[in-house]
Every structure is written in C-alpha cells, then in structure tokens.
Ligand binder design. Structure first.
Ligand code: PMV
Length: 337
C-alpha cells in the first residue's frame, strides 16, 4: 500500500523552546503554517522490516537513522509498524541547501502516511480523529512538526487562554482571527544555508537549568493570552511587536545558555535593523521573526506586499547569501497526494 501527502513547514510566532520527555513542550507555542515551503512524501508499506529513503529519487541513507528513531518512538502507539518495511520517497519544495529545516514538513508528511496505513489496516486510533493522531505522531518526531498538521494559525501546548490546547498535540487556533492574518506574507531571507552550529535538540536541552527558564515559560502563556485580542482586532502593530520580541527572546535564551552560543550572523542583524528603520520611516507594517538559525522571516500583510517586496529586493536581498530569499505566505495545511 502506498500513501502520499504534501505537508508544509511552519514558523512559530510564540516559540517552543525547552522540552521534557517524551517530547512534551515546556511552554505553549503558536505558528503560521507556510505554503510554498513544503515536503511531498510517498510511503510504501510492504511486509518486512526496515526503512529505505529516497530524496528526489536518489538514495538518502543519512535520513534513515532519523526515520528509524521516529518509527521507534511511535511504535508503542502503532505496534503493527514492526511488521512492515517502509519505502519513503520524498521531495522538498525548498532548496536542500537553504538552512530551512525539513523536519516539520517531512515528519508531518510521514506521520500522515502512517495514520492512513493504520486506518487502512483497521487499527484503532487513540485520538479524537486522524489529524489529531497524526499531530501526536509528528510531535514524537519533532515538536514543531505537530503544528504542520493543520493550516493557518496553530497552537501546540496546553495553555489556559486556548480551550482544548494540549501538550500532546496541536490544534487550529480556536479564537476569532481578523481576515488580514489569513493572507499574511512571510519572505524567508536565506542568510546562512549551512548546518547549524548548535542543533535544536541541544538548544532545548540547554533550557534545563537555564537561569531564565521559569520566567520564559510563564511569558509564553502571557503572550498566547495577549494574542487573543491582537489577532481578533487585526492589530498588526501590536502583533509585530510581540512576534519580534519572541524571536529576540529565543536568541537571547541561546546567548544566555550555559554554554552560550550565537546563531545570528552579522547579516541577520543588518536585516533586522533595516526592517526597523524602514518601518519607522515609512509606517509600513513589516516585521520579522527568527527560527533557531540565522535566516530571517520577514512578515507583512498582503496589502503591504508591493512596497514590501521592493524593499526586500533592493535593501534586504544584498544581505542574504547570494541574494536568495523564498517568498512564502500563510498556507492551508497538508494535502493528500
Ligand atoms: O521542533 P524542534 O525540536 O526542531 O524545535 C523547534 C524550535 C523552534 O523552531 C525554534 C521554535 C518553534 O516553536 O518552532
């Protein structure tokens, strides 16, 4: 049996940073699901054992350990997997050398294929529905992947201001959202396209015993609650203010870890400063967020697109590696292939 899914990447607005076993977040997070940045994965299940991965039609043995670890982690929920060989054929829409992690899109696509196969076999799902089960499985592979199972704004991690929120799975943001957020843009400036100096796994671990951990985890709950009014009213100024603060806090936590480390590059800072100067001078609602890396996600509403793209091309692109960027937008979530 073969099942296929196209599943998107996502960018956190309130960041998940710090976790406890088994892959449960230390604080709640909320993200935009992306559109252009996605993974297409076909998974063929045959009798047997083991895993084979093809990336763009070529064998990719370096992906096998990560997939095997994922299968091991989800096997207690899906013991039938032990009787199957998985042939996984995958393609990322974004360039391999972009520094954009494919774990959220790749693991969510694979989780959706596994849930399809489980349903085909008539296996019980210990979740409300197929999507929730896929979110639980994706989370066990990579925390942020749990959010890629849905489109739009997605929350992962239990927090009092979001009814139904849970540490074990993500859910679509349940509160009213102003229409301007439905078409928000995210242009990813590719600053550093290599391997990260410190992985997210190591970064999460450094939150254990971090001197600011307790305050940070509490702050994420406060930010989720504050977003409720901002998102409902379409207050883009307050939105960008909160989201930029979250991005700088994430990197501030890295800089104040023990050992401390830096993932921003000089060009990252140059882009952040240029965005703030431009916003101040023009009043255009344009802001930024950062992943656990040097790339910058430039955020703005659709109505600002024309001017924002001129600014991106003329002013920001020269700071990016080879002038490269990916123009993306908020997306509708996974699609079966
Ligand atoms: O899902 P992981 O373990 O790769 O961690 C992702 C952490 C951040 O991207 C920095 C924040 C987030 O919420 O996605």
């Amino acid at each position: 049996m073969t099942f296929g899914w196209q599943s998107p990447s996502n960018i956190a607005l309130v960041k998940y940073w710090g976790k406890r076993n088994p892959q449960l977040p230390s604080n709640p997070s909320i993200s935009f699901t992306l559109d252009a940045c996605h993974t297409k994965t076909q998974t063929t299940f045959t009798d047997g054992q083991g895993v084979r991965v093809l990336l763009d039609g070529q064998p990719a043995p370096n992906f096998v350990p990560k997939v095997q670890q994922f299968i091991e982690r989800i096997s207690p929920r899906h013991p039938w997997l032990q009787d199957y060989h998985l042939a996984i054929s995958t393609h990322n829409s974004f360039p391999h050398s972009s520094g954009i992690a494919s774990s959220a899109s790749g693991l969510s696509a694979l989780a959706l294929c596994v849930v399809d196969m489980a349903m085909h076999l008539g296996q019980p799902l210990n979740a409300k529905d197929a999507r929730q089960e896929a979110s639980i499985l994706a989370r066990l592979g990579s925390g942020s992947a749990s959010r890629s199972i849905y489109g739009g704004l997605v929350v992962w991690g239990g927090t009092p201001s979001v009814p139904g929120s849970d540490d074990h799975f993500a859910l679509p943001y349940p509160h009213p959202v102003h229409p301007l957020f439905a078409t928000f843009r995210d242009v990813v400036m590719l600053v550093d396209v290599g391997q990260k100096a410190v992985s997210s796994t190591a970064g999460h671990a450094l939150m254990e015993g971090h001197p600011f951990a307790a305050q940070r985890f509490a702050q994420a709950h406060t930010h989720l609650a504050r977003l409720q009014t901002i998102l409902a009213e379409g207050d883009v100024g307050a939105f960008l203010d909160l989201v930029e603060g979250e991005a700088l806090t994430l990197h501030g936590l890295m800089m104040s870890s023990s050992p401390s480390y830096l993932l921003m590059r000089p060009q990252t800072l140059a882009i952040l400063e240029a965005i703030r100067v431009y916003r101040k001078e023009t009043g255009l609602p344009i802001g930024f967020t950062l992943d656990a890396g040097a790339n910058v996600h430039v955020l703005f509403p659709e109505e600002a697109e024309q001017k924002a793209m001129v600014f991106v091309k003329d002013v920001l692109a020269p700071f990016a590696k080879d002038g490269r960027f990916i123009a993306d937008r908020i997306g509708a979530g996974p699609l079966p292939l």
